[in-house]
Design a binder for this molecule. Structure first.
Ligand code: GRG
Length: 276
């Protein structure tokens, strides 16, 4: 994927901002979100190189969110994907611009897909609404709002759904739209939110139980007095919840006709066993 990012962004003027964009994009990462998107295409047996641009755009949006999440005004973290965070490697202004540019260029890249215009518009519509002020950004706002405050599980679920679930759900929904299987959009939406919730609870568990060496990022929830699944549910119930959510996802996928769910199962299994 690193080579694809370098090629796809080759039209961008050389600058420190471009260097910072490529630094964060090629720093590693599990690439879960593009894998989720691609698993839907494979499951419906759709193969079109043009959709690779959507896959890259999704990872660019995810990377923007991480760069901004790490900024001093947000979580103020130094380590991401085993390397310096973008603002430590470059500087704060460059990191802000690199995040902004990744978000903007992601939509530009999608706009260049040579696919049916109704598919393109639907993808842009769903993606922008799920990562916007009612989606991922709202989740980030709630994440900061609930620092130092008590939170119940329902409010924590809303926070997780917006902060993490919305983009993950968008990956599955975009896959479904690209395959023109509109009748299954709601199923993929729900499965996406459940994967997102399980993923975020796991993230809280790993932040609590693992080390920054293994995670490749700072475990900063305690430092930042974050409301997490651990302080709301306790570690045992949190773990049980993760197992139940992944099982539910697998069940829900059974009702989708003519869809080979094995590719999506593979990713869910990967997530179940993830250590970082
Ligand atoms: C506009 C200021 C501003 C913010 C944008 C920053 C933001 C909105 C939202 C934050 C979203 C966020 C950081 C959610 C956390 C989700 C999460 C668990 C990320 C880690 O994902 P992995 O483990 O990371 O897939 P890798 O490094 O493997 O890609």
């Amino acid at each position: 994927m690193n080579k694809d990012f370098i090629e796809s962004l080759s039209y961008i003027n050389n600058s420190k901002v471009k260097d910072a964009m490529l630094y964060s994009l090629t720093a590693g990462g599990k690439r879960i979100r593009p894998k989720l998107f691609n698993s839907i295409l494979k499951g419906f047996n759709i193969d079109n190189k043009e959709f690779d641009k959507i896959s890259l755009a999704i990872e660019m949006i995810h990377t923007y969110s991480l760069i901004h999440d790490d900024l001093p005004a947000m979580d103020d973290d130094n380590l991401r994907r085993g390397k310096n965070t973008c603002h430590i490697e470059f500087d704060e202004a460059t990191a802000i611009l690199a995040g902004d540019a990744l978000l903007t260029e992601a939509f530009y890249l999608i706009s260049t897909c040579k696919i049916k215009s109704d598919i393109l518009i639907k993808c842009i519509n769903i993606l922008s609404s799920l990562i916007g002020a009612n989606g991922m950004i709202y989740g980030q706002y709630l994440d900061m709002y609930y620092e130092d405050k008590n939170i119940d599980f329902d409010s924590l679920k809303t926070l997780h759904n917006c902060k993490t679930g919305a983009l993950i759900s968008a990956c599955l929904m975009l896959g479904c739209i690209c395959c023109e299987k509109y009748e299954f959009l709601d199923v993929f939406k729900n499965v996406g939110y459940n994967i997102g919730l399980a993923f975020q609870i796991q993230d809280d568990i790993l932040d609590y139980t693992s080390t920054s060496n293994i995670l490749g990022k700072s475990n900063s929830d305690i430092k930042n007095n974050k409301s997490t699944s651990i302080n709301v549910l306790g570690i045992d119930i949190a773990r049980k919840h993760v197992d139940e959510l992944y099982l539910k996802c697998k069940d829900d996928l059974n009702c989708i006709q003519n869809f080979d769910a094995k590719y999506l199962y593979e990713i869910i299994n990967l997530l179940i066993n993830r250590k970082k």
